[in-house]
Write a protein that binds this ligand. Sequence first.
Ligand code: NAP
Length: 487
Amino acid sequence: MSLVVHQNYIHGQYLSNGTGETFEVINPATGQISYLVEVANDEIKQAAIASAKQGFAVWSKMTAMERSRILQKAVALLREQNDVLAAIEVLDTGKPWQEASVVDVVTGADAIEFFAGLAPSIEGNQQPVGDDFYYTRREPLGICAGIGAWNYPLQIACWKAAPALACGNVMVFKPSEETPLGALKLAEIFTQAGVPDGVFNVVQGDGRVGAWLTLHDEIAKVSFTGEVGTGTKVMAAAATTLKEVTMELGGKSPLIIFDDADVDNAISAAMLANFYTQGEICTNGTRVFVQKGIYPRFIQKLVERTQNNIVCGDPMDEATNFGALISQAHQQKVLEYIEQGKSQGATLVAGGHALTPENAPNGYFVAPTIFTDCSDEMSIVKEEIFGPVMSVLTFDDEAEVIARANDTHLGLAAGVFTQDITRAHRVIHQMQAGICWINAYGASPSEMPVGGYKMSGIGRENGSETLKAYTQIKAVYVGMTTLESPF
Ligand code: NAP
């Protein structure tokens, strides 16, 4: 059977690269090739930029209200097509349908709705200066590049496109080559909704296509989601033409559970923060610090729930709540970390191996894994694994756990569980992290700005903050009197 070939999406339609050069996309749950995608070669890249310029000329001239109405139509289409789009995300990522059908498209649509709603409220100000005055205009930046990771492909494309387009910019988006289809479907939806041609183009390929975007002198901004190492390369490349950057990078976040916490809720949080999307979430609370008094109860129930409640298998099966990792290479990387955990002296109390479920025997599954007796120096505790591997650590007092939680170059997220309201805020205020939760973990509504401290990122996504990152201020001084001049 011949495989479907997807092309790049340029100027409101699919465009052939002329050479037929393609790459393969693998279904992580089966190990089989799902479809092929044409690589963005020089012709496609040039067409993407030429089209984006035309798109910008049209889109930036529209009123914010007009843009808002069009984006709201895209929101409605995303919601109408929820199930088709969610199935694409399952096929590409290996995550469970149970999640994708209620989270990925929904949260993507929410972000577009949020920014579409804000667009008409973008305003400048004015101030008198004697008889003269000045005023400011918030103007779009121009062509923005979006570069996405593979864990939430459609959601990431929506989160980047939403503020960019709402502010009158255009975007050239490059999804991860492992999950290229969601962004193409979003591009189709934008066109159906009435977004002008060239406003959202999708170019396909590996990191080289991403690198080209970061160096291009006609691109004003790069919004990047991915690993810290890639982020530093992207920022260095963007600096060569002084582009604005937004960096959404990795984390190794602490989840701190005090003796007085509701133990069942805290276990739910620890499981969500390590096993949701089979552990492939940037904000994961992979360092679970448990105060010694609650530890025996916590660990016993945590292991019981992990052994009894995880249903691993074909991600499209409605009963499955734990899917496949993105690739065989990633599965190997996660298994290597597990070996390091064992050899460095941590105690394995759950998982620790690959899984071959009956209804998906060839997928890249790793069992939900819990280590105890962890210490702060172990590689499983220090490094981002991006898989279902939880490290449980114990602590005695508040000052100690704050110092240990912050002892990392990363600072994406943090969580605290306690019934003591003052302690909850006191501890969270001392966390060196951009996204924090008290008696909750993982929720990320569009209204809430998200992003990292330290090496976990620069700038924010979502929340009204983000509008500033997609506009630039023009100050206009207006003379009302005869100019004084010594000449
Ligand atoms: P990655 O390897 O850094 O890749 C991210 C994107 O960058 C991909 O599209 C990749 O292309 C592209 N790329 C690679 N090299 C590049 C270069 N030199 N210049 C420009 N682009 C380049 O990250 P990943 O493995 O896809 O994603 C997992 C990481 O993302 C984790 O660290 C996770 O924590 C992080 N993440 C962060 C957030 C957040 O909001 N903070 C959200 C989700 C994920 P190819 O993959 O096609 O080669």
